[in-house]
Ligand binder design. Structure first.
Ligand SMILES: Cc1cc2nc3c(=O)[nH]c(=O)nc-3n(C[C@H](O)[C@H](O)[C@H](O)COP(=O)(O)O)c2cc1C
Length: 327
């Protein structure tokens, strides 16, 4: 698989990377429902550099997930070439670089979104990765942040500064989360900024793919946002919680102008399939992670409160089947 981004029809609907969510089981579920591209959780370039076993497990994938993209994060440019080569050797289709994480343990130390305050390092990282591997490299960031922490009066660093910094490198795709570092996860995205960012990206990367991200809740709003911003598609995150069929619904809506609601039988089958996949890939120890997904799957059901009480103590896929099939 060479530059898979070029082979996908626009508008494309993908996942974003999400720590604690986009493991192989979830990616397989998203793929079954029509995701065009799936992303791993973010993976530390440093940890891959040191060949951490735990981190190597995080890049394991099933061939049915392809094209799958591993997202790297880290502040040390020198660790990226080896990390990127390990990913490429594993057969993964692409690498994404995280320039958007606002979490304290990453941004607090100058990583993630705060790397935009040091564009020389941004350039070094993008240069190192793009020149180390043949698989396509994408980048994910936000619309901006304050130049100086907690001092908005000192000016902003914007997505345009970021695009300027990366413009000479071989970047295949850009995902922009339409919120700033200062308002990390709440409220609407800035659609105007997303539209302008796309125009600017295309000036420098006419063949590059531009995906918007953030705050997308309904099928109709996603499609109208793609149209408004003239993006090549959308990368979905929390909107997918308990609703992986959004991929199919959005695609149906784009093609036909309508889409079907998902019936409870299908919700149950998807949740049970998800439980089996998680068990097969993470075993007994990792299975507790299924509980949060189950709560999302049953959200909105008439008897959700009673269901939730049972679902928060499931230990294995059999428990899930028993509870779901009773309903
Ligand atoms: C639990 C969680 C984990 C996330 N992990 C990552 C990550 O590993 N890498 C990344 O680039 N963004 C990560 N994000 C940000 C999302 O990819 C996305 O940009 C953000 O949630 C905005 O989209 P939304 O409003 O549609 O959820 C994470 C977000 C959440 C809520």
């Amino acid at each position: 698989m060479k530059n898979f981004w070029q082979k996908i029809e626009s508008p494309m609907i993908t996942t974003t990377p999400m720590a604690g969510i986009t493991d192989t089981a979830w990616r397989q579920i998203c793929k079954m429902w029509g995701a065009d591209v799936v992303h791993t959780e973010f993976v530390s370039a440093d940890a891959l550099y040191y060949e951490s076993e735990k981190t190597l497990k995080m890049i394991a994938y099933d061939p049915m997930e392809q094209p799958v993209v591993v997202q790297l994060f880290g502040k040390r440019p020198e660790t990226y070439p080896k990390a990127a080569k390990i990913i490429e050797a594993s057969g993964i289709a692409g690498i994404d670089i995280n320039f958007g994480c606002p979490a304290k343990k990453v941004a607090g130390h100058g990583g993630g979104i705060c790397m935009l305050r040091d564009m020389d390092t941004v350039k070094k990282i993008v240069e190192q990765v793009t020149s180390s591997v043949k698989i396509p490299v994408s980048v994910k960031t936000r619309i901006g942040l304050n130049k100086i922490q907690s001092k908005p009066g000192e000016g902003q660093i914007s997505i345009f500064d970021f695009i300027e910094a990366i413009k000479d490198f071989n970047v295949s795709a850009l995902i922009v989360h339409g919120r700033s570092y200062e308002v990390p996860f709440t409220g609407p995205v800035d659609l105007g900024a997303l539209k302008k960012a796309g125009q600017e990206f295309k000036k420098h990367f006419p063949k590059g793919k531009y995906l918007i991200n953030g705050s997308f809740q309904t099928v109709e709003s996603v499609v109208s946002d793609i149209k408004y911003t003239k993006s090549d598609g959308v990368a979905l995150s929390r909107a997918l919680y308990g609703r992986p069929w959004l991929f199919k619904q959005i695609k149906d809506y784009i093609k036909t102008g309508s889409y079907e609601e998902i019936d409870w039988q299908t919700v149950k089958e998807t949740a049970i399939k998800h439980a089996h996949l998680l068990w097969a890939t993470k075993g007994e120890k990792g299975f507790k992670e299924m509980r949060k997904h189950l709560l999302f799957y049953v959200k909105g059901q008439a008897n959700a409160t009673e269901l939730r009480q049972q679902l928060v103590s499931v230990e294995n896929p059999k428990d899930v089947e028993k509870i779901m099939k009773k309903i």
